[in-house]
Design a protein around this ligand. Sequence first.
Ligand code: UD1
Length: 463
Amino acid sequence: MPEKNEAKIINLEQAVEIKSSELDKIKVKGGNPLNGKIKISGAKNSALKLMCASLLTAKPIQIENMPVNLRDIKTLAILLRHLGVTLAMREDGVCILRAGNIKSTCAPYDLVRKMRASVLVLGPLLSRFGYAKVSLPGGCAIGSRPVDAHIKGLEAMGADISIEEGYIIANAPNGLKGCTYKSPVVSVGATENIMMAATLAKGTTILENAAQEPEISDLGNMLIKMGAKIEGLGTNTIKITGVPVLSGATHSVLPDRIEAGTWAIAAIMTDGNVELENIKKDTLGSLEEKLIEAGAEIEKSDNSIKVRRKTKNIKAVDITTMPHPGFPTDLQAQFMSMMTLADGTSTTKETIFENRFMHVPELNRMGANISVSGNTATIQGTKSLKGAEVMATDLRASVALVLAGMMAEGETIINRIYHLERGYEQIVKKLGACGIDIEKVNIANQKEDNNNASKNKDSCINL
Ligand code: UD1
């Protein structure tokens, strides 16, 4: 039993098992506006990297505002424990990690395949211990997603890397050396892996063509608290001067801009009125101007943003996904869901991932009118959507279907909601509290669905 005033420690293995049914569904009845306040969680895509950064030091790292209820967080926690990190995840959103006694520098396939971000242990392990063996994450539903830019960057720092039997085997027995590396692609993960590795390298690393996402700056800021020397965060050139050793730190995860953007879109779609709490004025980023174009009214204060629709109808707005500060690919499906109900025709161009329109056929099954040609979808707005049984294919596509369900006539059943649990904390509770008729249906024991699930299992469940 936890002591008085002490937040309960989460039993990770048990939590993942309990939540891991691939058969559970979400049922949404459309027609209610999203009205109320939603507390935005810490950003998954930052929290994961902050956890990996704990491998860079033997001292304790305390991470606060952690989205502890996400499956991806638990999956990474299990991998870190496998490596020897002592880790306590508390229900109050605090996670304490200590990599003082690392037992293994090998991240096995079984753990990496569950979540691609696991490859982010490569840079820290190699840099601190001179050796790492990390499974290649493989492709996934939205694209092939190679990690060549991560590998080339570490090679440029002097690592000897080979691929054997599906594993990245990296050696740098005398430590990594600073260098100038221009990434062939703007990659969030490669920027983070190389930046972490460079903190303990000898000399200075200049990382060109770096990604500029806020989550990278969040990671960089925690590394600086740990004693790293980093300049240029949030720009496309990051300079890291290696130090011999890093210390512990306490850091709070930045708010999840994708979660905030998702509920902002939901408020406009349903003609609701939502106050997003625990966020910063700039959290919505480039989405903000697109929301205003679509008809939103946005009011910002120090740690909350109010969003509602100002216009009678939703206006048709074109978007093109781009690396930050451009329109985020992680909000593309949700924005498209909104455009299905817009007054007129809009286009959505996806330039980051080659196969990120898997939500299109599902939205069309609900009465949307979307056609795809190459990397561009054309969305002819329609007056209404109709509830249907649909299939979630990846994290953001799944939530786009929940949004469509919130607007559809009748009932929408979303299958494979385990995707949602990877990235949206307490979705049913949060939306239910704001007036949405939504429930989780646990049908894990239904034999028929069990058979279907094993037949149709997709190649990976991660993003
Ligand atoms: C991260 C986010 C993901 C988001 C994506 C783009 C996490 C855990 N995930 O993923 O939610 O959608 O950024 O904003 O933070 N690429 C290569 N070679 C590489 C690396 C990437 O060709 O070595 C390509 C990818 O296939 C993709 C593009 O570069 O087409 C961008 O990928 P990247 O920025 O690396 O995405 P992730 O870090 O995997």
